[in-house]
Design a protein around this ligand. Structure first.
Ligand SMILES: NC(=O)c1ccc[n+]([C@@H]2O[C@H](COP(=O)([O-])OP(=O)(O)OC[C@H]3O[C@@H](n4cnc5c(N)ncnc54)[C@H](O)[C@@H]3O)[C@@H](O)[C@H]2O)c1
Length: 281
């Protein structure tokens, strides 16, 4: 039985589509750790996904649809969640990402700007809309913890990640800026968790995903972090054990972000060079 490090806490989990979603594991682990939760996702994901199955596994958690780009939806979600909990909220997981350009395989250098704006709205501005709604409605308890999931393409170029790289860079900046304001105003902390490539619906939509999943695994001293391990880290971040951490981008990536090259990758390159020499001789 997991330690009850979230006992008495109440939280909202965005973005659980199916069992592979990082939000799915986080919801299960939050409940295991003693929290009460509300689940939410975009109305379309309610029809396509399996969120109602998850709700049953989470002590019949309420499922409240919200398009994260709609302030009205977010306000409704916060209002109904507070009514359900009979009080304010202690933690929020923002686990939302979508790029129409990625989905339609439109190259970065031939981007469609309407799509680009949607990418930014869904994947980045939604965090600002969420935090601003929380602040206006005074929906978060003091020392509440807000986590948004991100990827290292915000700092370094991964060509297949397309305009999601800009979205993640913007989202990380929003977390820092809002973290400053919310920290002084209410001691609310806001952080981003930069996760290893993970096989999920959003992850595997990125072109060349399988190759860079393997590449990242070989580069990282600890290997790729799984979605479940990411969920564990989020639980720690929601708990009181991490109270003084805010405005950070926290790499949860098995050491990938600080590795220049690994022996495993060098060996792969040597093997490929030898194979090409043999083929040419
Ligand atoms: N999978 C990876 O390799 C990886 C790596 C690092 C970070 N992340 C990030 O983790 C988060 C969760 O993604 P995942 O990999 O679990 O994939 P996922 O596809 O399971 O989750 C993405 C979620 O975003 C939701 N969403 C899309 N548009 C929305 C909207 N308008 N309103 C509300 N919700 C909306 C989807 O319905 C879905 O549930 C994303 O922010 C993603 O960028 C993923």
């Amino acid at each position: 039985m997991a330690q009850q490090i979230l006992k008495g806490k109440k939280g909202i989990i965005f973005g659980a589509l199916d069992e592979r979603s990082i939000a799915w594991s986080t919801a299960l682990k939050a409940v295991e750790a003693g929290a009460e939760i509300v689940l939410t996702n975009a109305p379309i994901a309610m029809r396509m996904g399996k969120i109602n199955e998850l709700a049953k596994l989470c002590n019949n958690a309420p499922v409240i649809p919200a398009d994260a780009t709609s302030v009205a939806d977010l306000e409704n979600l916060l209002q109904k969640s507070m009514e359900h909990f009979g009080g304010k909220i202690d933690f929020v997981l923002h686990s939302i990402g979508m790029s129409p350009n990625v989905r339609k395989a439109i190259p970065y250098t031939d981007t469609n700007y309407d799509n680009f704006l949607k990418t930014l709205d869904i994947s980045a501005l939604s965090l600002h809309k969420l935090l601003q709604s929380c602040m206006k409605m005074d929906a978060l308890n003091e020392w509440a913890s807000v986590i948004a999931l991100t990827y290292i393409a915000a700092q370094r170029t991964f060509p297949g990640y397309n305009d999601m790289a800009e979205a993640k860079a913007l989202m990380e900046s929003i977390a820092r800026s809002f973290g400053y304001h919310y920290g002084f105003a209410k001691k609310v902390r806001v952080n981003t968790v930069s996760q290893s490539p993970t096989i999920t619906t959003a992850g595997s939509g990125v072109s060349g995903f399988d190759a860079f999943f393997t590449y990242a695994d070989k580069m990282s001293p600890l290997g790729n972090a799984t979605g479940e391990q990411c969920a564990n880290f989020c639980i720690a971040m929601f708990s009181d054990y991490t109270k003084m951490v805010t405005m950070q981008n926290l790499f949860h990536d098995g050491g990938f972000s600080n590795t220049g090259v690994s022996n495993g990758i060098v060996e792969e390159m040597q093997k490929a060079a030898m194979a090409s020499e043999n083929a040419n001789s």
